[in-house]
Design a protein around this ligand. Structure first.
Ligand SMILES: [Zn+2]
Length: 618
């Protein structure tokens, strides 16, 4: 997933009862493991619900086990039955426990005979945390309704009853019905030529963790971008998306060159409506992506490199628990940088690495000690909390450090071997370290001590001497920014005509938190940043202008916040407004208009911004 800072949530403490296995799941994989999911879904747009039948194939680990425990959230269970080999169904007793705020409801099914298959018949709630339902008016083309899932981290349980832990992998197949003219896609091989007859079928033959279960449905056109890639998007967006992502095959080939064959067959991209709460989601075979990266000049294509990289780091080798998520995101951010370098050159890769490293340096000190660790103490970390900048940017910084110390050739061979060794497995940080010790650190002695490795993984902050790339263009921007702020360089004299997105991001990121109002007005007069169609630039511009007290930008900022539901691009504006009572009141009005178009996760983050602002203003 590519999300950037979403850490507006407090640290979630988990109930003691859930800690036996994965603390974020009720599943008991030491008793029984789901190996295959056979799913029947009917998409009901008017009711905003899925009517489902999930048939789970079970591998009993304990020959005396008496029950099957599943994760659910807000599911209405109609019946549960055991399936005999001849298909004969027998009703099973079950208990759906009261809803826990974080974990949902534990579903305990009595299975004294340990059947090979269990079927659950259920419907989802219109408020399912893992689904968003959009009316035609909330889509780009306004013709058909739209729905999509976001299962990471623990939201698959809100649309399928299952063992919702990344430690458990299963294959799946699905049959989905939908209204005519709607196209359904899933995290499986998709047939671009499938008729829009309301009946779709999918097969995912590789074992995946539950957070990679995904579905979307709406008015979707398809355009090929290469021999094994296509984009899916609303008809008015598909050409723009195909142009922006025309390098997809080059990106796949570059990654294969580094880390071995792409294991999944096709690699397609689905461009979602602007309410998608994240940058992208690496659903196997079908990356889900925000439309905010369609800026026309391919400058934000690193999002595709990131999601594609997950085909190796994350989807192939998966972190076994949310506490180990840096194995997915840190490795992926590193691989993303290598793909960018291979296809677009050193300068852009170095700029992106520097942008994230500088942002982390600025933010890490304010985080709780446990949150500063790559592998935090699992008792203090909730599933969504674990997906922080530390996992992404400290993780990738650690890997860049390893590359520098051991040399690129050795480190590349090591990483390729690691992906191969753990392919289609879910592993812990400790398993990764047990592999790294003999295969890298002890194999090439004198390059990096084991204590230093442990300090990166289990220590707080950023280890001293962590290497940073050098970017001559960023150095120039640092000079120009200082001269501009000191009054030595007029806004119009900034050499910004040729700045790419990353260079504008870097210029704006390192302005003072509350810059002088006059400086903001001069910048806007010279460069017309208010109203920019580039949401990365817009987010940074509006945040600083609001903090400077520039009321002239308020309405344009409100338009940005209403148009875009991506958490990372929208919540910083809410935070900037929430600093003053007047701004907070304005932001609450904006939210009242925007809320219906926001994903449940975006709503949750914005509401937590308001709640802490109100405490602060008391
Ligand atoms: Zn990611």
């Amino acid at each position: 997933m590519r999300l950037f800072s979403i850490l507006a949530f407090g640290t979630l403490m988990l109930p003691l009862a859930a800690r036996a296995n994965d603390p974020n799941s009720y599943a008991q994989p030491d008793q029984v493991r789901v190996t295959h999911l056979d799913l029947d879904l009917a998409i009901d747009f008017p009711r905003k619900q899925l009517d489902g039948q999930a048939t789970l194939t079970l591998d009993w680990q304990n020959p005396k086990a008496q029950s099957l425990v599943l994760d659910t959230r807000d599911l209405k269970i109609a019946r549960v039955e055991a399936l005999a080999a001849d298909g004969k169904a027998t009703g099973l007793k079950y208990i759906l426990s009261p809803r826990d705020k974080q974990l949902g409801s534990k579903l305990t099914i009595a299975t004294p005979k340990r059947p090979a298959q269990v079927r659950i018949v259920y419907t989802t709630s219109p408020e399912a945390s893992g689904l968003q339902w959009l009316t035609p008016a909330q889509t780009a083309d306004k013709k058909l309704p739209f729905m999509f899932s976001q299962s990471e981290s623990i939201h698959a349980r809100s649309w399928v009853p299952l063992q919702d832990s990344p430690a458990i992998r299963f294959t799946y197949d699905a049959r989905v019905t939908a209204p005519k003219d709607v196209r359904v896609v899933m995290s499986a091989i998709n047939d671009a030529k499938h008729p829009l007859d309301g009946k779709f079928a999918f097969d995912q033959p590789h074992p995946i963790p539950s957070y990679l279960l995904a579905i979307a449905a709406g008015d979707l056109a398809v355009k090929e971008t290469g021999p094994r890639s296509a984009v899916y998007a609303e008809p008015s967006v598909v050409d723009k998306a195909a142009h922006e992502f025309e390098d997809t095959e080059k990106l796949i080939a570059a990654t294969e060159q580094l880390y071995g064959p792409y294991a999944w067959g096709r690699y397609d991209i689905l461009v979602l409506p602007p309410s998608f709460p994240f940058g992208g989601m690496e659903n196997p075979n079908m990356t889900f992506a925000t439309p905010t990266v369609l800026v026309g000049d391919k400058s934000l294509v690193s999002l595709v490199s990131h999601e594609l990289a997950h085909s190796w780091s994350g989807n192939l080798v998966t972190s076994a628990a949310w506490r180990d998520i840096w194995l997915n995101e840190g490795f992926t951010t590193y691989v993303q940088g290598r793909i960018t370098e291979a296809v677009y050159g050193n300068a852009l890769a170095d700029e992106e690495a520097l942008l994230s490293a500088r942002a982390l340096q600025k933010s890490i000190g304010a985080m709780a000690a446990n949150a500063q660790k790559l592998a935090p103490d699992p008792r203090g970390i909730g599933a969504d909390d674990a997906l922080s900048d530390v996992a992404y940017d400290k993780g990738s910084w650690f890997l860049r450090t390893l590359e520098q110390r051991f040399g690129r050739e050795r480190f590349d061979a090591y990483l390729k071997g690691y992906f191969h060794h753990f392919a289609f497995q879910s592993i812990t940080t400790e398993q990764m370290l047990d592999y790294m010790k003999p295969n890298l650190v002890e194999k090439y002695p004198g390059k990096m001590g084991w204590d230093e490795v442990r300090a990166w993984v289990y220590g707080e902050g950023i280890p001293k001497g962590a290497p940073l790339p050098d970017s001559p263009r960023f150095n120039t921007i640092d000079r120009e920014r200082s001269d501009f702020l000191a009054g030595k360089l007029a806004a119009g004299k900034l050499d910004a005509k040729g700045w790419n997105t990353q260079e504008w991001m870097y210029f704006l990121d390192r302005l003072p938190d509350a810059p002088p109002l006059a400086k903001m007005q001069q910048l806007d007069a010279a460069w017309h940043l208010t109203g920019t169609p580039n949401a990365e630039i817009g987010m940074r511009w509006y945040s600083h202008a609001i903090a400077a007290g520039d009321k002239a930008v308020w309405n344009a900022a409100a338009e940005h916040m209403t148009r875009i539901g991506r958490i990372y691009l929208t919540t910083p504006l809410y935070k900037a407004f929430a600093k003053t009572p007047e701004g907070l009141a304005f932001a609450e009005q904006v939210y009242a208009r925007a809320r219906a178009g926001y994903h449940p996760l975006t709503q949750q983050v914005v509401e937590s911004v308001f709640a802490s602002a109100k405490t602060a203003h008391k």
